[in-house]
Write a protein that binds this ligand. Structure first.
Ligand code: CMC
Length: 462
């Protein structure tokens, strides 16, 4: 069927009447047609809307990117209302049931499931790049005994760029490939070194005979035994947790990796930005916060009082709510299934009863129902990590290990995307203009306001 066509004002394209948005600027009475494609309008199409020739043009304002697509991506699909998560089109449930973390990492990076030969080669490559330069050990030794392992991981991932300076040749396919392999291979080693440093224990070198999660458990927990033998139920649980955490489209840390990577910096530096973003309690730090919250609640009897505190906004129910999922997070459902399997090996964690009670009460409470707040991936993952004997400080590190494959997949997609430009948002300027410089002796403190505005302490008063 032929559709009526309208020329765009800027002459940059033709929008069919059906696939366009007609906007009237009530300041001028002018009407504009803006093309709609893939359910989006381009923010730059609004720049043509001006009150006069000197006007910069209309901008869009979206401080947390809540309604702005920052890229095209074929890595990960989420339907937040339906609670669907797919990697490269494969449902997360099937991947957790039938795949392994390393196969999923291949899928995310290469876009398709590997053949047996491709998978064997991939596993061989990853397994043979798990060692880190001995200087990294010295670097880790420089941290205080109680340094947070995420801080150490952030520093060591960034430091990898100094050991592989050729990685800055991001147009070179081989360099990109090597960076992908090295990051996935070495992040568990760096994580385990950070953990052992906190405990004052000697570092354990990778064991090439073990699987990816088995080797990680060995690097973490091996003591005097000649060969560490991981429990297959624990390695499988860990593998599933890592599949679940591998990617989650344009979340805060992935956005950081893409944003930093858009300056064409090397991938290790870009990945370090991802680790930094993941550290925050509203993102990867939430699983640590959940455990601390369960510790504070102490017993099932205190659950109603705690939830009252949440509703009065004195507390936040960590591990609940999500920017995208307005339904049960499918990852939380899968983790819940594995909690019991892990407890079979490790013995039950009493905090599970508090978590179960919290979930039950919250899902029946209007406050949470109305706001569509359901458990997210972090609500139960911390319980498994604790059962594995990991201290809460390590929980976010356990998230960073698998998310590394997602960051790389998204970084590779970004650097090879012709639409990529350096990320550089606009702002709405709210400050003063055109002031004249005042000599220091002639200055008076104007008001309390400038210091109060920044929430800093006034140095003159302290
Ligand atoms: N506890 C209590 N109230 C909440 C919570 C919560 N966990 N999450 C959201 N709300 C309320 C919020 O106060 C607001 O209520 P009102 O409209 O009355 O002011 C409403 O629900 C909407 O919340 P929002 O803050 O606009 O939602 P958001 O999309 O900006 O925030 C979130 C998403 C994940 C940051 C938030 O839900 C949160 O802080 N959750 C706890 C931290 C957490 O578990 N984070 C892990 C996220 S999953 C891991 C990952 O993928 O990174």
């Amino acid at each position: 069927m032929a559709e009526e066509q309208t020329e765009r004002e800027d002459g940059g394209g033709v929008a069919t009447a059906k696939d366009s948005l007609t906007v009237t600027d009530n300041r001028t009475g002018e009407t504009y047609d803006v093309e709609i494609s893939d359910g989006t309008v381009k923010a730059m199409d609004f720049r043509q809307i001006k009150v006069d020739e000197d006007d910069f043009g209309l901008m869009t304002y979206d401080p947390a990117f809540t309604n702005t697509a920052s890229c095209r991506s074929s890595v990960c699909y989420i339907d937040g209302d339906a609670g669907i998560l797919e990697y490269r089109g494969y449902p997360i449930e099937e991947l957790c049931e039938r795949s392994t973390y390393l196969e999923v990492a291949y899928l995310l990076i290469y876009g398709e499931l590997p053949t047996q030969a491709q998978l064997d080669e991939w596993i061989f490559e990853i397994t043979h790049h798990t060692f880190v330069h001995e200087n990294i050990k010295k670097f880790v030794e420089g941290f205080r005994y109680d340094a947070h392992p995420m801080g150490m991981l952030l520093a060591t991932v960034g430091a990898l760029s100094t050991f592989y300076p050729d990685a800055k040749n991001i147009d070179d396919r081989l360099e990109r490939h090597m960076a992908a392999v090295r990051l996935i291979a070495k992040v568990p080693t760096l994580a385990a070194f950070a953990y052992r440093h906190n405990l004052g224990l000697p570092y354990v070198y990778p064991d090439n005979d073990l699987s990816y999660p088995g080797n990680f458990l060995s690097m973490m927990f091996k003591m005097t035994e000649v060969k560490y033998e991981p429990d297959p139920r624990l390695t499988r649980a860990l593998d599933v947790l890592w599949i679940l955490h591998a990617d989650h489209e344009q979340n805060c840390s992935t956005n950081a990796v893409r944003g930093v990577g858009s300056s064409q910096v090397d991938p290790y530096s870009a990945a370090a930005a991802g680790v930094a973003a993941l550290y925050g309690p509203l993102h990867g730090g939430a699983n640590e916060a959940v455990l601390r919250m369960l510790e504070r609640i102490e017993s099932v009897d205190n659950v109603p009082a705690f939830l009252d505190g949440v509703k009065n906004r004195e507390e936040r129910l960590m591990g609940f709510g999500h920017r995208v999922y307005k339904n049960y997070d499918p990852r939380a459902r899968i983790i819940k299934q594995h909690v019991d399997e892990v407890f079979e090996v490790t013995g039950k964690n009493p905090k599970l009863d508090i978590a179960t009670e919290l979930e039950k009460h919250a899902l029946e409470d209007d406050y949470f129902v109305e706001r569509k707040l359901y458990p997210n991936v972090d609500f139960y993952s911390g319980l498994i990590y604790e059962a594995l004997n990991l201290p809460p400080d390590m929980f976010t590190v356990m998230f960073a290990i698998p998310r590394t494959s997602g960051w790389i997949a998204q970084w590779l997609e970004m650097v090879t995307d012709e639409e990529t430009k350096i990320a550089r948002p606009r702002q709405i300027y709210t400050g003063a203009r055109e002031l004249s410089y005042v000599d220091i002796g002639a200055r008076e403190q104007r008001t309390e306001k400038p210091v109060a505005e920044t929430n800093l302490i006034d140095p003159a008063k302290h």
